[in-house]
Design a binder for this molecule. Structure first.
Ligand SMILES: N[C@@H](CCC(=O)N[C@@H](CS)C(=O)NCC(=O)O)C(=O)O
Length: 264
């Protein structure tokens, strides 16, 4: 892990700065003694990092974010898939955001990440799956179109799994995603992507959260990406949300419930 960047995420109950009373202080010192050690290996501000980091915050679990500091760190931290996030909990490493959320809900059931109504829970899971596959697809397709054949592709079969971003050379030598990939001079992610935002708008309807009045893992998935748009990750991204007020307000609601607008 050596040079990897580390950021502590000590929101309640483990952060003494959040305390008002001595009784709380006693509770917190108990939490500090008994709290599991949690590391989230993932690049700050990226959609799947936000999804998992905010699930941890929602469950009031303190954790340390360990950021990749080179393209190689992706497969070092995630030797089975080459993709981040990976969660380390009590020494066990779990890849894949959906599997991580399953694990968190089993181990720390309160507050739950799914509705107690089985039909609603199915819809929430379905939306999570659809969203996690669809939105990265449009962004990657946009970048792939721009990079074309010039991309410095690594040869498959070098013995390690390698994600599409590392493969396309999108990750700089310091492990960060280069902002040049978000140049919109060619029109950005395109009209199909915008239609998917409209699909989301219809799915949300007049509810506070997707299919329910309480936050679920579906909301964490959606706001993982939409919070990057909220921060205008590429020119015009925030304007797309502003033109769809219920989505903008939904993003703000999820950020508010999970420790505020700064990336995890
Ligand atoms: N299905 C995975 C997707 C994770 C994913 O795509 N992660 C991106 C960063 S947000 C990644 O690690 N990309 C590395 C690469 O493509 O090389 C999940 O839900 O965790």
């Amino acid at each position: 892990m050596g040079s990897a960047g580390r950021v502590r995420n000590d929101i309640h109950p483990a952060n003494p700065a959040n305390l008002a009373t001595a009784a709380h202080a006693r509770l917190v010192s108990f939490a500090l003694v008994t709290a599991p050690r949690i590391f989230l290996y993932s690049p700050r501000g990226m959609p799947f990092t936000e999804k998992v980091g905010r699930a941890l915050r929602f469950k009031q679990l303190a954790f340390e974010l360990v950021e990749p500091k080179s393209p190689e760190d992706y497969r070092r931290f995630s030797p089975t898939t080459g993709l981040l996030p990976v969660l380390e909990l009590d020494g066990e490493k779990i890849p894949d955001s959906a599997a991580i959320l399953d694990h968190l809900d089993e181990r720390f059931p309160e507050p739950p990440l799914l509705s107690s109504d089985a039909r609603v829970a199915r819809e929430q899971r379905q939306l999570e799956r659809w969203f996690d596959e669809t939105f990265p697809y449009y962004i990657l397709r946009w970048v792939q179109r721009r990079v074309g054949a010039a991309a410095p592709r690594k040869t498959p079969g070098d013995g390690f799994p390698i994600g599409p971003m590392v493969q396309l050379g999108m990750i700089r030598s310091d492990g960060k995603l280069s902002p040049e990939w978000f140049d919109t001079s060619d029109g950005g992610p395109g009209p199909e992507f915008v239609r998917r935002l409209d699909d989301l708008l219809h799915m949300l309807g007049k509810r506070r959260f997707f299919y329910a009045d309480k936050l679920s893992r579906a909301d964490l998935s959606v706001s993982g990406s939409l919070s990057a748009m909220y921060r205008d990750i590429y020119p015009g991204a925030r304007a797309l949300l502003e033109a769809r007020k219920p989505l903008l307000e939904h993003t703000e609601r999820v950020l508010e419930a999970t420790g505020g607008p700064d990336p995890v």
